[in-house]
Ligand binder design. Structure first.
Ligand SMILES: [Zn+2]
Ligand SMILES: [Zn+2]
Length: 185
């Protein structure tokens, strides 16, 4: 759904949307296994900067819920996690489109650095939701706290099979063995 500035100039927009999982591509980070449900409100917010310069910002706030599938960090088995996130975002017109906005007085300060920009007619809701879901993804998931992972040598899933690979010799242990060999002489 494209939220257009023209619409928002008339009145704020309350939305309730359900996007199919396939409409939101998370790339290699994971994939959605449930639709994205979101409710929220979009409204224009005018920033007055003196000299008659007014920026039309879009404030977008609401909440989203979906379910994501990611590989277990140890054994790669797919693991599902619920995602629930509240968002409150401010989008400014892209500097190139607002002309004077490039003047030094409009440089973003540190506190404002999370402000995003919109270009063209408005904001694509699916793209906004995709970014919010990516921000909410856990860095790593485990299928279980006791997951034994894959054998680094043969790749067998050690939760299901035992392999006969030798345990790699610890370097410190090897030094100790050398010392012992010397003393025996
Ligand atoms: Zn696992
Ligand atoms: Zn092995």
């Amino acid at each position: 759904m494209l939220i257009t500035i023209r619409e928002l100039e008339l009145e704020p927009l309350d939305f309730e949307e359900e996007l199919p999982a396939a409409a939101v591509d998370l790339g290699s980070d994971g994939r959605l296994v449930a639709p994205v449900k979101t409710t929220g409100r979009a409204e224009l917010f005018e920033e007055h900067h003196g000299k008659g310069l007014v920026l039309q910002d879009v404030r977008l706030h609401g909440k989203l819920a979906t379910r994501v599938e990611m590989p277990c960090a140890r054994c790669l088995k797919p693991v599902e996690r619920d995602i629930h996130r509240d968002y409150d975002l401010l989008y400014r017109p892209e500097p190139s489109l607002s002309g004077k906005a490039k003047s030094p007085e409009l440089e973003l300060s540190g506190a404002e650095s999370e402000i995003s920009f919109y270009g063209g007619e408005g904001l694509e809701l699916a793209e906004v939701l995709r970014e919010q879901i990516l921000l909410d993804l856990p860095l790593r998931v485990l299928c279980g706290e006791d997951c034994k992972g894959l054998c680094p040598t043969c790749g067998v899933d050690r939760n299901r099979e035992t392999c006969t690979c030798e345990k790699p010799v610890d370097a410190r242990w090897a030094t100790l063995q050398e010392l012992q060999a010397k003393f025996k002489k």
